[in-house]
Design a protein around this ligand. Structure first.
Ligand SMILES: O=C(O)CCC(=O)C(=O)O
Length: 280
């Protein structure tokens, strides 16, 4: 089946972020665009998710790293090219380009599957703590595959927390109840300022690498799956060598040393990104 990525009814400028949406991203570190996936694409993504789940029995549903890498992805996940297609949805790339510039690459994806009843908490964190990106920069597109609400553990953010462009103090927490093992020190933010990102299935949010965010466990009877794509401007370098040093420090749950990079738009501005590693 050929994935028809661009929505025929929404071509043209209508999907682009408005000036107010761009200003919201800059001011608050995230935005929930007006545009949403066309129904046919949402159906395809949910079908791909069913396949991913049924083909990967032993892998935690809470975080399935790199489904876009077909074989030998992190965790031994059996992936599928369709997830790479979904990371190339032109409307989403256009919006990402509006906030990080026209030259950018895809370096990672994750399905945060948060199953009904048992979905775990994602501790408060900033994304960049163990990412080998110099200088640190990434825009994450979090695509809701189910409705995401406070009841089933939608993404929560601390608006404006990206602004200092500073990685705050994290502690390692290896509790089995958490999806990630890096947790922000409570002195670093005020949870009372948290904002819930409530999304209908097919909507998405974009967030900055320095934004403080997390999500509550899913105690409801409704799954809350999201597919996140990580895009970085090619003015930054994804340093595979530094990836191994970070791993040696013990904080990483994933292997960045062989991570494949895909140029999504424009060219490699820094000239140092390696588009052969991991493409086997
Ligand atoms: O899906 C979640 O609850 C967490 C997502 C997240 O931490 C991220 O996209 O960076």
């Amino acid at each position: 089946m050929t994935t028809q990525l661009r929505d025929p009814d929404r071509t043209g400028a209508s999907h682009l972020l408005s000036p107010a949406e761009i200003a919201h991203y800059e001011e608050h570190g995230y935005v929930t665009p007006e545009w949403r996936l066309p129904d046919h694409l949402l159906v395809e993504m949910r079908t791909a998710l069913d396949t991913l789940l049924s083909g990967n029995d032993g892998v935690s549903r809470d975080s399935m790293f790199c489904p876009h890498i077909v074989a030998g992805g992190t965790q031994g996940l059996k992936g599928d090219n369709r997830w790479l297609d979904f990371a190339r949805i032109p409307e989403i790339l256009d919006m990402v380009g509006q906030v990080i510039g026209p030259d950018f690459l895809l370096w990672g994806t994750t399905v945060f599957g948060k199953p009904a009843g048992t979905g775990k908490r994602v501790p408060w964190h900033q994304d960049g703590e163990y990412w080998p990106i110099k200088p640190l920069a990434t825009c994450s597109a979090w695509i809701a595959l189910d409705d995401a609400t406070p009841e089933n553990g939608c993404l929560r953010v601390i608006p404006g927390s990206h602004k200092s462009q500073r990685l705050r103090a994290h502690n390692q927490n290896d509790s089995a109840d958490l999806v990630l093992n890096q947790e922000l020190d409570p002195s670093e933010f005020d949870e009372a300022e948290a904002h819930d990102i409530v999304l209908k299935a097919g909507q998405l949010s974009l967030h900055d690498v320095y934004l403080v965010h997390g999500s509550e466990p899913n105690r409801s009877d409704k799954r809350r799956a999201g597919y996140v794509c990580r895009y970085m401007p090619t003015s930054s370098h994804f340093d595979h060598g530094y990836g191994s040093q970070l791993q040696a420090r013990g904080g990483n749950q994933v292997d960045f040393t062989t991570r494949a990079l895909w140029l999504m738009r424009g060219r490699d501005l820094c000239g140092k990104n390696d588009f052969e590693v991991g493409h086997g």
